[in-house]
Ligand binder design. Structure first.
Ligand SMILES: *Cc1c(COP(=O)(O)O)cnc(C)c1O
Length: 237
């Protein structure tokens, strides 16, 4: 298993470098988040031995059990739907929350951060295709809330995240990644802010996402293999 994870990691890193090169970008601009949800801590340890230090989890409960059992130099990002009653537990565990998907969650985070004396770094999740079953702000909705979100002094909003509609080939996801990047550009212009981070691309389509400007790719299966149980992938249904 350790060799397998190491080989898969090397392959993913090579594909990241290739996609970056193709797009005229430097591969250092792209952070690989190894999504370890649904996998035991020992697999994370293998990935750490292969030089991977950044991991993503999508459930607070699972992360609370896994993170303390691993070396403290591992870094953790939260990528799933964050329930408001789990915010307090999540804050000290994660250096970035990719998935602020509603105004109410932002408010709750802001409040909890104030109480904990923290300034969490977050991304706003955008439902670019407006799918009824997905979490996230619709673009027009986010435009409406953006000013108020930026006024939440405790939240360091550093960019946007999306989970595109399911497609059968990576090329078909391109337009959603492009939409997220363009929307980011529009928000930067309209609100005079910098939103440098774009979290987009998973195992099947991270190369296309990088060509469209991703700075964070969230890759699980291509590194750790199939997950034990069917895992939550962002559908609200
Ligand atoms: C599970 C998950 C991933 C990783 O998916 P893979 O297809 O296994 O790479 C990425 N992003 C989010 C939000 C996820 O829930």
């Amino acid at each position: 298993m350790p060799e397998e994870i190491e080989e898969r990691l090397e392959r993913v890193r090579a594909e990241i470098a290739e996609a970056a090169k193709k797009a005229g970008r430097r591969s250092e601009e792209i952070d690989l988040v190894a999504v370890s949800k649904g996998h035991p801590a020992e697999k994370v340890r293998c990935a750490m031995q292969a030089g991977q230090l950044l991991f993503g989890e999508s459930k607070v409960q699972e992360a609370r059990a896994k993170i303390p059992s691993l070396p403290a130099h591992a870094r953790w990002h939260f990528i799933g739907h964050l329930q408001r009653n789990k915010v307090r537990q999540a804050l000290p565990l994660f250096e970035l929350i990719h998935s602020v998907d509603s105004y109410e969650l932002a408010e709750q985070l802001s409040r909890a951060a104030m109480e904990a004396g923290m300034f969490p770094r977050v991304l706003l999740e955008v439902n670019v295709a407006g799918e009824a079953t997905k979490f996230g702000f619709r673009p027009e909705q986010l435009t409406r809330y953006m000013k108020q979100l930026l006024e939440m002094e405790r939240l360091e909003i550093s960019g946007l995240m999306t989970i595109p509609p399911f497609v059968d080939e990576p090329e078909k996801a391109r337009r959603y990644f492009e939409q997220l990047r363009r929307f980011r550009d529009t928000l930067e212009e309209e609100f005079g802010v910098k939103l440098p981070s774009l979290s987009m691309g998973m195992s099947g389509d991270f190369a296309v996402a990088i060509e469209e400007g991703a700075t964070l790719v969230r890759v699980g299966t291509a590194i750790f293999g199939p997950r034990m149980k069917r895992e939550f992938t962002g559908d609200a249904s």
